[in-house]
Write a new protein. Structure first.
Length: 711
């Protein structure tokens, strides 16, 4: 290109020379030059100026063109340099804008270029040493903690990093402070090395998270108590968890590559295979209940859930499955159904009316006795409330009782008359109880109503029979005491007869001393009252009045009993010692019945005279018991009771007396039990017997109105 320009300038100079020569009139110079060249003749001197002028003009033009070319070339170079600088700035800006770290090490392995990636991470300029070698920079990174050392060995860390830089691998990873980087190195034609650094912390953390997640899932699945497995579409197991292997009694590695036919009977394996094929065709998941044979040969019922999984491109994959062993649950359900059947049989065959209600009073359960008594079916009762089919008065009473049970959350039992839906009425023992769920929440109320009408009638009949028996016993006792009573009546009657006879005799003799007669008549009246009192006690004792329990002091019937037995005591030459506690708590009882018990016990003691002639000593005592009630005891030093006799004392018609009926102690115990008390017979070590009965108090205040001293 430069040669062409010079040739053009040379032609322009020749043209200018020719033009100059023509101007100066020297156009014949060529002819003369031709002739000179042929004749070797010289030019004329006057011809030289024209030629010289032309030559000078040509040279000037040539020089001018060379100067212009140099100027243009300088401008072009300046523009080229400016453009290069702009391109370089754009290149550096582009490099600085990259999210990558760019370093360039020259042929001497010194750092010549570093982009903004590193300057942003190291604004103080501590970590990047420009103009220093790669090893110096690595040492600086290790010293400043950018690149961690290897267990405290900095030199080993530096050596390994430099070895990676100089090694054959073009891409390597390095752990740095706060994360990881990936380094790519490329050799340049000039012998330098271009290093591209990328922050791969998030990727590494994601990979680590995926690895941890995969390991977690693997361990989680393996730790599951539920057997789990996965297999390919050909039905070969690819893996399982420990529960699956333990169920079949094999190792996990022994499961891989096998099929269901090696773990289950043929017919069952075919069923599983058909289900797998259907699952592969339709996709999704399937769940069904199936028997499974364990490694020990036992058959378990399981709920098996399976689903299809597919790998990349859906060209491969398989089936994953897990099952829940419900054998125990099914057995429990069967047992519960059996128990429910048994419970239902008990409920429906119970004579008691039984039901359960929810918290709003709607019937949830009723038994056959309930529906029979109310004249409705079970379906008609369930979901309804009491007022839907019971008399309003009865329903209101039931609702009130159930509200009380719900509020107090405690059972209650009461006995009352009821009228049911069928119009029947009677006495019922009703127990209401709260229904509590396993979480402790009150969810309803239950009721058990037992018809006690017949029991009441039987108890009333029993009371009548017992009263008649007691009457018989009292009559028998009075028969045994008849001679004593006759003696006790004869004394006042004989005295009255004597007093009256004496008065008559004196009147006939003409004695008119009125004061003497008044005194005699007073004695007659006294003896008459004595006889009347005796007869009144006998009549009251043997009367057939219905028992009536009232608050009494127990000392009163004891004294009345002693009055009736006095003649027998005299006949048996027995000494009676009475010890009355005072004051004593009142008891709720029938005075005649208590008197009958004490009289019977005293009579038994009187008849316990020893054959050796030892004087009989009887002690009757009343005292306050430890529970605030009253204890009455009768002790004697008689012949006592043998062990064999004590075992039969309270049997009906058992007696040791020649003419006894064998009902005395039995009646006594029955009377005491009806007074909520206890009667006990105890042998004494010194000989004799102690019979005591205890009665509960009817009120907390002691009876201090009557004080009876010991005789």
């Amino acid at each position: 290109m430069k040669t062409t320009a010079l040739f053009k300038d040379f032609l322009v100079a020749v043209v200018l020379t020719v033009v100059a020569y023509a101007i100066f009139g020297t156009f014949d110079v060529f002819d003369r030059w031709y002739e000179f060249s042929r004749a070797h003749e010289s030019w004329e001197l006057d011809e030289i100026p024209g030629a010289l002028a032309g030559t000078l003009i040509g040279l000037c033009w040539f020089a001018f063109r060379r100067w212009r070319e140099a100027e243009e070339r300088a401008v072009a170079v300046e523009k080229a340099e400016a453009a290069a600088e702009a391109v370089e700035r754009q290149f550096l800006a582009a490099i600085d804008s990259l999210p990558l770290g760019i370093m360039f090490f020259d042929q001497d392995d010194n750092l010549a270029l570093c982009n903004e990636f590193f300057r942003q991470k190291d604004p103080a300029g501590k970590h990047v040493l420009m103009g220093r070698s790669f090893e110096d920079n690595v040492r600086n990174w290790v010293d400043n903690g950018v690149v961690p050392d290897l267990n405290g060995d900095k030199e080993e860390a530096i050596r390994k990093f430099v070895a990676l830089h100089k090694g054959p691998d073009e891409v390597f990873e390095q752990r740095v402070k706060g994360g990881y980087i990936e380094i790519q190195e490329h050799s340049t034609p000039g012998g330098g090395t271009l290093t591209i650094t990328q922050d791969i912390s998030e990727r590494k953390w994601a990979e680590e998270s995926l690895r941890n997640s995969a390991e977690f899932q693997r361990r989680l699945i393996d730790a599951m108590p539920l057997p789990a497995f996965y297999k390919n579409f050909e039905g070969k197991y690819l893996g399982c968890n420990s529960a699956f292997a333990e169920f079949f009694g094999v190792d996990k590695v022994d499961v891989i590559g096998k099929t269901v036919f090696e773990f289950a009977p043929s017919d069952l394996a075919k069923t599983h295979t058909a289900a797998d094929e259907e699952l592969i065709r339709n996709g999704g998941a399937q769940t069904y209940e199936t028997p499974v044979r364990a490694g020990d040969g036992s058959i378990h019922t399981v709920i098996l859930s399976k689903a299809v999984f597919r790998a990349a491109g859906e060209r491969s994959g398989g089936i994953v499955g897990v099952w829940v062993d419900v054998t125990d649950r099914i057995q429990m359900e069967d047992a519960l159904r059996h128990r429910e059947t048994q419970l239902r049989a008990v409920l429906d065959n119970s004579p008691a009316s039984i039901y359960l209600k929810d918290i709003d009073g709607r019937f949830l359960l009723v038994n056959d006795a309930f529906v029979r008594r109310n004249g409705i079916s079970e379906a008609e009762a369930l979901g309804r409330v009491s007022s839907d089919f019971l008399p309003q008065e009865t329903a209101a009473l039931i609702d009130e009782e159930e509200r009380e049970v719900i509020e107090r959350r405690t059972p209650r039992t009461s006995e009352r008359p009821l009228v049911y839906g069928d119009g029947s009425a009677g006495a019922f023992m009703v127990t209401k109880f709260p229904v509590i769920d396993p979480e402790g929440e009150l969810v309803g109320v239950g009721s058990i109503s037992t018809d006690v009408t017949e029991r009441h009638e039987m108890e009333e009949q029993s009371r009548r029979l017992h009263a008649e028996l007691a009457q018989v016993s009292r009559l028998g006792t009075m028969g045994e005491l008849a001679s004593g009573f006759a003696h006790e009546l004869n004394q006042p009657l004989a005295a009255i007869t004597n007093y009256v006879t004496g008065v008559l005799r004196r009147l006939r003799a003409g004695d008119e001393d009125v004061q003497k007669f008044i005194r005699v008549l007073e004695l007659v009246a006294e003896q008459s009252r004595r006889a009347s009192t005796t007869i009144s006690r006998i009549r009251k004792f043997i009367g057939k009045e219905q028992p009536e329990k009232t608050p009494i002091c127990v000392n009163h019937p004891i004294q009345a009993a002693i009055g009736l037995i006095e003649s027998d005591l005299i006949g048996a030459k027995a000494k009676l010692e009475s010890k009355f506690g005072s004051p004593l708590p009142r008891i709720l009882g029938d005075a005649v019945q208590i008197q009958q018990v004490v009289l019977n016990l005293l009579k038994n003691s009187v008849e316990a005279v020893r054959e050796d002639g030892t004087p009989l000593h009887i002690v009757v005592q009343s005292e306050e018991s430890a529970d605030g009630g009253v204890t009455v005891s009768v002790e004697d030093n008689g012949r006592g009771l043998s062990e064999a006799v004590r075992h039969h004392l309270f049997e009906p018609f058992f007696t040791t007396k020649e003419n006894g009926m064998g009902i005395g102690l039995l009646v006594c115990r029955k009377i005491i039990e009806e007074h909520d008390g206890v009667l006990e017979v105890t042998p004494l070590e010194a000989g004799g017997t102690r019979v005591a009965f205890s009665l509960p108090p009817c009120e907390a205040v002691s009876d201090s109105e009557i004080e009876v001293g010991a005789d």
